[in-house]
Design a protein around this ligand. Structure first.
Ligand SMILES: N[C@@H](CCC(=O)N[C@@H](CS)C(=O)NCC(=O)O)C(=O)O
Length: 242
């Protein structure tokens, strides 16, 4: 059985939901409320030592890291393959996935904190509640970053830096997509799936410099195709359970 611990709006959770839909796999949902800090509860941290979503339970085998989860799913369930067969293309796919996590995710997270007004979750905290929240963060880097953002906010310079880093990756994607439907050729791959939720987040954050598709037409047409995929729609249609 496949059981996914995930959150409805989480970008990394969407990667896994798109993959499950592409591969037409049945799965059981366990929704984790980030707002209620369920991801920091001891029972969940036992499954995911970073205290983040998603986590996959496959017949008792626990998997974390969304990019590795989707690669695992493609390896274990060979129908509807999502990895190119050529080894060099496969390296390119993995290199994209690494950049999407290390550069896009990291920097979009900075921007979303401001644009999605995430500070709202924390501004009502007393000093004691804030220290309690921070003490539950299992990852020291995440703890330090939260403390800095909650106490000092995000500076204009940090926002510009984050947007510049994102621009580097979307520019590379636009060049790579010239004459191709998808990042690895004419079939959707894990690289496309890995990045789609982040392009949606760039749009949701109204980063207009980055989403003016006349400047990046190949990326723009890829993005139109991605949003029409039934798997994309299914993953995004998942809403918060009652
Ligand atoms: N590298 C991890 C990152 C997971 C991650 O950062 N998940 C976010 C949601 S997209 C999360 O759980 N955040 C918890 C928090 O905001 O405290 C992965 O790909 O699975």
């Amino acid at each position: 059985m496949l059981k996914l611990y995930h959150q409805w709006t989480s970008t990394c959770s969407k990667r896994v939901r798109i993959t499950l839909a592409e591969k037409k796999l049945e799965w059981v949902s366990h929704h984790i409320s980030l707002k209620d800090l369920e991801h920091l509860e001891p029972w969940y941290v036992k499954l995911n030592s970073e205290g983040v979503v998603p986590t996959l339970d496959h017949d008792g085998k626990i998997l974390t890291e969304s990019n590795f989860i989707i690669e695992y799913l493609d390896e274990v369930f060979p129908d509807n393959p999502l990895r190119p067969s050529d080894h060099y293309e496969r390296w390119k796919m993995r290199n994209w996935m690494h950049r999407f996590e290390a550069v896009l995710h990291k920097n979009i997270n900075t921007i979303s904190f401001v644009k999605q007004n995430r500070i709202k979750r924390y501004e009502a905290f007393s000093e004691e509640e804030l220290l309690n929240f921070l003490s539950h963060q299992v990852n020291a880097e995440r703890r330090a970053s939260y403390e800095k953002r909650i106490r000092n906010g995000v500076s204009a310079a940090e926002m510009v830096f984050a947007e510049d880093r994102i621009a580097e990756v979307v520019d590379e994607m636009n060049i790579a997509l010239e004459g191709k439907s998808f990042l690895n050729g004419d079939r959707v791959s894990l690289a496309d799936i890995s990045v789609a939720p982040f392009i949606e987040r760039i749009e949701a954050n109204a980063l207009n410099q980055l989403t003016d598709w006349t400047k990046r037409p190949h990326l723009g047409s890829w993005w139109s195709t991605m949003q029409e995929l039934p798997s994309y729609k299914k993953a995004f249609d998942f809403t918060m359970p009652n």
